[in-house]
Design a protein around this ligand. Structure first.
Ligand code: 3HC
Length: 305
């Protein structure tokens, strides 16, 4: 009876748009869903530093290098905000990392693809951060207070990331024939993985129904994906590149109809069989082990204060 009363009060707060805070009563499944989603989100930010880190020593100018370095550092910061926000749900940061290393926690599939050219830095900023923004603008209104507040700051920084990526692509697209081809190649490589970032079709999404009821998700995977497609195709056309989908067509309602995603590829990457899954995780484990002394020193310093 008490649980039922708590549940009714909880749902009434969600329906009234009142945020749930760490010490408030919440159903265990709500807590677990947030632990899963927020920790996966944090891992994505941190693992996402790797494909771009690959180009730091080879950026084509000092200006490009400084911008890329600042962008990658921002991503590390986003991971930290999100781990802190997720820890308010009663799970320690060490546990989150342990689950990642054991393969129990996921991270965004898109970061399991390679970045072979400088144009990939443009495509990642423009498309991957562009897709992340569409999702995260919606998550600013999510029902859990610490998650929602982390999203506000993250979104501001992501819009800078999206623009720096588009600037790289626009510059290459109006450069030499080889530079334009390089830009097109990167667009072709990152287009489909970026669309996959929004998750499976709504009909296949196991978590959407509960997450929408509890205000964790405000919009569905397919709705957000469509918003991204409709925003991005005109940007592709504006810089004179080709849409990587021959069937893409503008409908009367102003929205684009596109080919379906290769879902076998999506699930295969999630299962750990993407081109870079092994490399990404191995690198994270190595960096974590090598950073043990920094954590020990920080804890010792904190205890001394
Ligand atoms: N990559 C990896 N796993 C994915 C995925 C993707 N792109 N899309 C879905 N999945 C997984 C889900 O985690 C779920 O598995 P689980 O139940 O074992 O955890 C399964 O596929 C089914 O998907 P659902 O639609 O049921 O899952 P969700 O309701 O959680 O929706 C989501 C998926 C839309 C990705 C949602 O979790 C979400 O909005 N997460 C927060 C945003 C996020 O994580 N963004 C990462 C982007 S990276 C980033 O921001 C860095 C930037 O700087 C570029």
């Amino acid at each position: 009876m008490e649980d039922q009363n708590n549940m009714e009060r909880f749902q009434a707060k969600i329906d009234a748009g009142i945020k749930i805070e760490p010490k408030d009563w919440m159903p265990e499944k709500y807590r677990q869903t947030l632990v899963r989603q927020m920790s996966q989100h944090a891992h994505s930010e941190v693992i996402g530093m790797q494909p771009e880190g690959n180009w730091l020593t080879r950026a084509p100018s000092l200006r490009a290098k400084k911008i890329l370095m600042a962008k990658i550092q921002d991503e590390g910061g986003h991971g930290l905000y999100l781990y802190c926000a997720a820890e308010t749900l009663g799970v320690s940061r060490d546990k989150f990392i342990e689950w990642l290393h054991q393969g129990k926690a996921k991270y965004a599939s898109v970061f399991n693809y390679p970045s072979p050219t400088w144009a990939d830095m443009g495509a990642i900023g423009w498309l991957v951060d562009g897709a992340a923004i569409v999702n995260q603008v919606s998550l600013q209104r999510t029902s859990y207070g610490p998650y929602s507040r982390a999203m506000v700051k993250i979104c501001k920084e992501e819009s800078f990331h999206q623009r720096q990526g588009y600037e790289i692509m626009a510059t290459l697209a109006k450069g030499t024939k080889e530079q334009k081809e390089m830009a097109q190649g990167a667009l072709d490589r990152w287009w489909w993985p970026s669309l996959m970032m929004f998750g499976p079709h709504d009909s296949e999404s196991a978590n959407t129904k509960d997450s929408m009821k509890w205000g964790i998700k405000l919009e569905t995977n397919d709705d957000l994906r469509q918003q991204f497609i409709d925003k991005t195709i005109p940007q592709i056309e504006l810089i004179g590149l080709k849409i990587p989908d021959e069937n893409a067509v503008l409908q009367e309602n102003g929205s684009y109809k596109t080919s379906d995603i290769d879902w076998d590829e999506f699930w295969n990457v999630i299962k750990g069989n993407g081109p870079c899954n092994v490399q990404r995780l191995k690198h994270h484990v190595k960096a974590h082990e090598e950073g043990a002394w920094v954590r020990e020193a920080a804890i010792a310093y904190g205890e001394k204060q």
